[in-house]
Design a protein around this ligand. Structure first.
Ligand SMILES: *[C@@H]1O[C@H](CO)[C@@H](O)[C@H](O)[C@H]1NC(C)=O
Ligand SMILES: [Zn+2]
Length: 271
């Protein structure tokens, strides 16, 4: 009985599809995106001509854990360096690179589970607004991660800034189909100012001109998925985009427009 109960329980957990808890962008943020969208072509030309130098982001990786076993969230250093390697690989078509500034490890069952973690971040966050703080936790509500969009950097905005990821989404973690480290790639995209590709549905979009329109988050890797049809919406859904919700193995690209937008957002808010 016990065996079959835990088998059913594990299947239920592993059958979970990607969900991201990043909140909706603020009106002010949407307006910034719209403004950038109107001048995108010029900025892209300018970027390629004069600004090709890499932007290197320091990353603090905070391991929250219930105890010192790997099964209690205490993922090894090797899994963290593998996570940074995945991010560097996934961002090669952009100007961003990531270097590990340090790792902290904190045994605190409450911080390990908590979703809204002001006190945890007040204690652990390192660096300035250009520093990416990743918190690995046992996120509830089926969320694999969530992030703060860039914002006007007040003291409290900086204090709360960062990205939470479920520790089992890091490379070699145990969430089947979502354990190649793409959750951190996706969440960092939000941290750099990108929305979900399906953010505003067919008509609203994500304010980036070269991501085809998509209405609904993608599950798995369904070739030919096309939720926005007709002459106004050319192209199938961008199911391979890092800012969709597909399987990790299905996510392979940022578009040039997304690469540009991240630089625009970086300059406006974080640089
Ligand atoms: C993480 O949370 C889930 C559900 O809330 C629970 O079943 C699981 O045992 C937790 N993992 C650890 C390592 O505590
Ligand atoms: Zn997301």
């Amino acid at each position: 009985m016990k065996f079959s109960f835990s088998l059913i329980f594990s299947l239920a957990v592993f059958a979970t599809a990607r969900k991201c808890g990043t909140p909706e962008p603020s009106q002010e943020h949407l307006e910034a995106s719209q403004t950038f969208a109107q001048g995108a072509a010029d900025v892209e030309n300018n970027r390629q001509a004069t600004e090709a130098a890499p932007i290197t982001i320091s990353v603090w990786f905070h391991v929250l854990r219930a105890g010192t076993l790997v099964s209690q969230g205490n993922i090894p250093d090797s899994q963290i360096t593998a996570q940074l390697d995945v991010m560097n690989n996934d961002y090669t078509s952009t100007r961003f690179k990531f270097t590990l500034a340090g790792i902290t490890r904190t045994t605190n069952p409450s911080w390990f589970y908590e979703y809204d973690t002001g006190s945890m971040r007040a204690a652990l966050r390192r660096g300035d607004y250009k520093t990416l703080n990743l918190y690995s936790q046992n996120l509830t509500n089926d969320n694999f991660g969530y992030c703060n969009f860039p914002n006007k950097p007040t003291a409290s905005v900086i204090q709360d800034d960062g990205c939470a990821i479920h520790y089992d989404t890091t490379p070699g973690g145990s969430i089947e189909n979502y354990n190649l480290g793409r959750t951190a790639t996706h969440e960092t995209g939000h941290w750099l100012g990108l929305y979900h590709t399906f953010e505003g549905g067919c008509t609203g979009g994500d304010y980036i001109s070269d991501t085809p329109a998509i209405k609904t988050p993608t599950k798995g890797c369904p070739a030919g998925k096309n939720t926005c049809t007709g002459p106004s919406y050319p192209g199938d859904d961008p199911i391979h985009n890092f800012m969709d919700w597909s399987y990790d193995a299905c996510m392979t690209e940022f578009t040039p427009g997304q690469a540009t937008r991240m630089v625009q957002m970086w300059k406006k808010y974080r640089a």
